[in-house]
Design a protein around this ligand. Sequence first.
Ligand code: FES
Length: 107
Amino acid sequence: VKITIIDRDGISHEVEAPTDMAMNVMELVRAYELAPEGTIGICGGMAMCASCQCYILSEDVEIPPMQDDEEAMLWEAFNKKENSRLGCQINITEELEGLVLELAPEY
Ligand code: FES
């Protein structure tokens, strides 16, 4: 599926995201090196660091709702917005076609 990721410098990247690799959005950002090494995915995708926080900009793409651990982590996160999600908690599926998101600032 095609996903557009706006990096922390405001540059937009349209990337091809595989749906058959059990990958999440945080891993996708790392795979395409859209954030410097060590600034995203620090907890390894356990919903415990918020380094993978992103803002969901597309309104027409359905993302599965947050689980409790994601909500709890975001509650404590810096730079949280209404449309914040943790990239590591969003698995890449066919439903994400056309998703546009922006990486939250590094903290
Ligand atoms: Fe740590 Fe997502 S990688 S919360």
